[in-house]
Design a protein around this ligand. Structure first.
Ligand code: BGC
Length: 355
């Protein structure tokens, strides 16, 4: 099936295997004049993004596996996935809504990470083609992983020339907490570590963490710290510095506070890879971005072309509400009430820069 709509990317659908319970997984290929992106229904995951380098040579700039089995056998990296209900961490897997305490699975150092044991990354989403893309839908039942309320999530991926846009919308029938993001690992060189990528983060403050990576609640300035990426700086330039925050996380694995209001579109990050000339620009309506430098990749898993997923061979820019917001009243709220629909938007735009 091919749906070609003027001014939009062409969209094709193919089979991508079945899960152990026999559910079919589909793969949607979005192709514009500049980019080809493949997205599957298992975890609503980005499987590949092919973009040109400065010489026009196409290459895949995201980490992943060649077949569904790789994804099914990997519970911890979240390659390409939409993570939810709550992307990132909730302290001790507990929070209160209207005085009632809820418990969600603790799957990371006594904390809840990325929605629990069977988060949205491990479920097969319903999908249908839209103009230039695909809409994925998931209905998570009241009590799923301990979260209150039946949550309906729509995630629309659409390709517009060199920009992949992700639109999220969520609604619930009972007050709940939600924080959806996309967990793609990028490597603009198409291989090796990402330490030689130049990172710019349009952010003046970040959320430092305690020993189990839960924010302390403070929002210090990045000034004079290895967290200052206001000017383009190599990811590897300061990552081994003697800094408590870098040591706790084994590198960068923190939330940066974005400029501008929650809900307003702003540029979050710009990443330049000097050898290929590729540039990734990230815009979002979210108030924060988790820059994770792939510190926990350990080289034991092998990618699409048999390459090992080495430590720091990919970085994530997870546009989001701040981690542990349900327990931190001073952070922008992640509460969602019945009758509301919350929208958010993130774009990944690919370009190149001359030498
Ligand atoms: C977290 C990391 C975690 C990784 C899982 C990131 O979003 O911030 O701490 O290890 O996801 O692969």
């Amino acid at each position: 099936m091919t749906t070609a709509i003027a001014a939009h990317a062409a969209v094709t659908k193919s089979a991508f295997g079945t899960t152990p319970d026999g559910t079919a997984v589909d793969l949607y290929t979005l192709k514009s004049d500049a980019v080809e992106a493949r997205i599957m229904t298992y975890g609503a995951r980005i499987v590949s993004i092919n973009t040109a380098d400065r010489d026009g040579k196409m290459g895949d700039v995201v980490l992943g596996y060649s077949a569904l089995d790789g994804y099914l056998g990997d519970a911890t990296t979240y390659f390409g996935a939409v993570v939810g209900r709550y992307g990132n961490r909730i302290a001790n897997g507990s929070f209160k809504i209207d005085g009632q305490e809820y418990h969600v699975p603790v799957n990371n150092n006594g904390q809840s990470l990325h929605g629990g044991i069977v988060g949205f990354d491990k479920l097969v989403w319903q999908a249908h083609p839209i103009a230039g893309g695909v809409e994925m839908t998931l209905v998570s039942k009241d009590g799923d992983q301990g979260y209150p309320g039946t949550l309906t999530a729509h995630v629309r991926y659409s390709l517009h020339h060199n920009a992949l846009r992700i639109d999220y919308s969520v609604s619930t029938d009972k007050t709940t907490v939600v924080n959806l993001t996309n967990h793609t690992y990028f490597n603009l060189a198409g291989g090796g570590t990402v330490l030689g990528h130049e990172m710019t983060l349009l952010s003046d403050h970040y959320t430092p963490v305690n020993k189990v990576l839960i924010p302390t609640g403070e929002l210090p300035s990045v000034e004079g710290t290895p967290f200052d990426f206001r000017k383009a700086t190599l990811i590897g330039a300061r990552i081994e510095q003697d800094n408590d925050q870098l040591k706790i996380a084994g590198g960068y694995d923190h939330n940066w506070v974005l400029r501008g209001a929650n809900g307003e579109v702003k540029t979050a990050a710009r990443v330049y890879e000097p050898a290929s000339g590729r540039v990734l620009t990230v815009t979002t309506t979210e108030p924060g971005v988790q820059f994770y430098s792939g510190n926990f990749l350990d080289g034991t898993k092998f990618g699409k072309a048999g390459e090992s997923h080495e430590k720091r061979s990919g970085f994530c820019l997870e546009t989001q509400h701040y981690p542990d917001s349900p327990n931190e009243p001073s952070f922008p709220t992640t509460l969602l009430k019945p009758g509301e629909t919350r929208h958010s938007m993130t774009t990944f735009t690919f370009s190149t820069h001359a030498k």
